[in-house]
Design a protein around this ligand. Structure first.
Ligand SMILES: *[C@@H]1O[C@H](CO)[C@@H](O)[C@H](O)[C@H]1NC(C)=O
Length: 350
C-alpha cells in the first residue's frame, strides 16, 4: 500500500509549498516577536524612561532649580545664620519636619568596619550638634527590619531578600523612611557645616548631580510627599538585574538614576526642588567626590553616594568581563549563522 504513494518529500520541496512555508515561517516569526514585545512591555517602557533621562531632565528646569531670582533664595547661604533651624526666620512655613535620619545597615562585621563606623558616628554627630532639638533617627538593621516589615509588608520580601547589593537596601529604605516621616536624610559621610532651616520651606529638596539628575545622599521632604511616595511605589517595578552588572543594577533600580528618572516623569516638578548653584558656580552644592559645599563637607572618597562604594565598585570591575564576553559570543554566533545561510544559498544556486 505505502509504495503506491509518491514519496512525501517531493511535495514538500515543490516550489509552491516552499513559498507557502516561507510565508508561514515569517508569520510565526512576526507573531513571536510581537508576543515577546508584549510580554516585555513593562521592561521596555522602564528601559525607555531610564534611557530618556538625559533628554527629559532639563525640561522646565528653571522652575525647580532653586534660584535667587525665582525663589529669593541665597544659594551661598551667606545671608542665613549658620544655626538657622527653621524657614520661619524668613517668614516661610516649614514644610519639612524637624527630623534627621541616618542609615547604617550591615552591622556586626569586621573590626575594620567597626572602626570606620565609629568615624562615621563622629561625622553624624556634627549634624546632631547643629540641629539641636530635632528628632534624630538612626536606622540600624534591627530598626529598619521592624520598620519595613510593619509599614511596607508588600515590599518586605524584596527589600530583605530580593536585592543583590547592600546599597540597594539602603537606597530603598531612604525613600520609605522619608515618605513615612518626612525630614532630612543624610549619608553617614556628610559633615554638617550649618543648619538646614532655610531649606525647610520647600516640600522636597535634593542636590543636583552632574551632568543630569539629583543625588540621593542628601534629601529633604515633607511627610507623605507624593514624589517620594512614587519613589517607593516604583521600587518593585524597577528592580531588575541588568545582566548582573553592579553599576547599572544599583543605579537603575534604587540609585540616583532611578530617583532622577521618577523625578523627570513627574507631572508637575515645580515644588520638587533641586539645589544646584549659580551661573558662575553651577556645582556649588554638588556632593560628587570629597568636596566642601556651603552646607556640608562630603568626606566620601569615591564618586558613589555611599560609604561602601569602594566595595561595590571593585565588585563591578571584577564582573565587568561579562559584557564584552557576551558581545563577543553574540557576534560569533551571528557570524557562524550568516556563513551557514550563505553557504546553503550558494549550494542551492549550484
Ligand atoms: C505646578 O505647580 C505649581 C505650584 O504648585 C503651580 O503654580 C503651577 O501652576 C503648576 N503647573 C502646572 C503646569 O500645572
Amino acid at each position: 500500500m505505502g509504495n503506491t504513494h509518491p514519496p512525501r518529500t517531493s511535495a514538500w520541496l515543490g516550489p509552491r509549498r516552499r513559498h507557502r512555508l516561507r510565508g508561514a515561517f515569517i508569520l510565526v516569526l512576526i507573531t513571536i516577536t510581537l508576543l515577546g514585545l508584549y510580554a516585555t512591555r513593562d521592561a521596555l517602557y522602564d528601559a525607555y524612561t531610564l534611557a530618556a533621562l538625559p533628554f527629559r531632565w532639563g525640561h522646565h528646569a528653571n522652575r525647580f532649580y532653586i534660584s535667587q531670582e525665582r525663589d529669593g533664595f541665597d544659594l551661598t547661604f551667606g545671608n542665613y545664620s549658620s544655626d538657622q533651624l527653621s524657614a520661619e526666620d524668613q517668614g516661610y512655613q516649614d514644610k519639612v519636619p524637624a527630623v534627621l535620619h541616618h542609615i547604617s545597615l550591615g552591622g556586626g562585621g569586621s573590626s575594620g568596619l567597626a572602626k570606620t563606623r565609629d568615624r562615621w558616628m563622629e561625622v553624624r554627630q556634627s549634624c546632631l550638634d547643629i540641629h539641636r532639638g530635632w528628632e534624630a533617627r538612626m536606622w540600624t538593621d534591627e530598626a529598619a527590619d521592624a520598620f519595613v516589615e510593619a509599614e511596607y509588608p508588600e515590599l518586605w520580601d524584596m527589600w530583605k531578600y530580593g536585592y543583590r547589593f547592600p546599597i540597594q537596601r539602603i537606597d530603598a529604605l531612604r525613600y520609605m523612611v522619608l515618605y513615612r516621616y518626612g525630614g532630612a536624610i543624610l549619608d553617614m559621610d556628610l559633615q554638617c557645616k550649618r543648619g538646614l532651616g532655610p531649606l525647610r520651606r520647600f516640600e522636597f529638596v535634593a542636590p543636583a548631580a552632574h551632568p543630569t539628575g539629583l543625588s540621593i545622599g542628601f534629601m529633604m521632604a515633607s511627610k507623605g510627599n507624593k514624589f517620594v511616595g512614587d519613589l517607593v511605589a516604583n521600587l518593585k517595578r524597577y528592580n531588575r538585574g541588568w545582566l548582573g552588572l553592579p553599576y547599572p543594577t544599583v543605579m537603575f533600580s534604587t540609585g540616583c538614576h532611578y530617583a532622577s528618572t521618577i523625578h523627570a516623569f513627574q507631572r508637575n516638578r515645580t515644588e520638587l526642588k533641586i539645589l544646584s548653584g549659580t551661573r558662575e558656580n553651577p556645582r556649588m552644592h554638588s556632593l560628587n567626590g570629597p568636596v566642601s559645599t556651603p552646607i556640608f563637607n562630603h568626606l566620601g572618597s569615591s564618586s558613589w553616594h555611599s560609604y561602601d562604594a569602594a566595595l561595590i565598585v571593585s565588585i563591578g570591575k571584577l564582573q565587568a568581563w561579562r559584557l564584552p564576553l557576551m558581545l563577543i559570543g553574540g557576534s560569533l554566533v551571528s557570524f557562524i549563522l550568516v556563513r551557514r545561510i550563505r553557504r546553503r544559498r550558494l549550494l542551492r544556486k549550484l
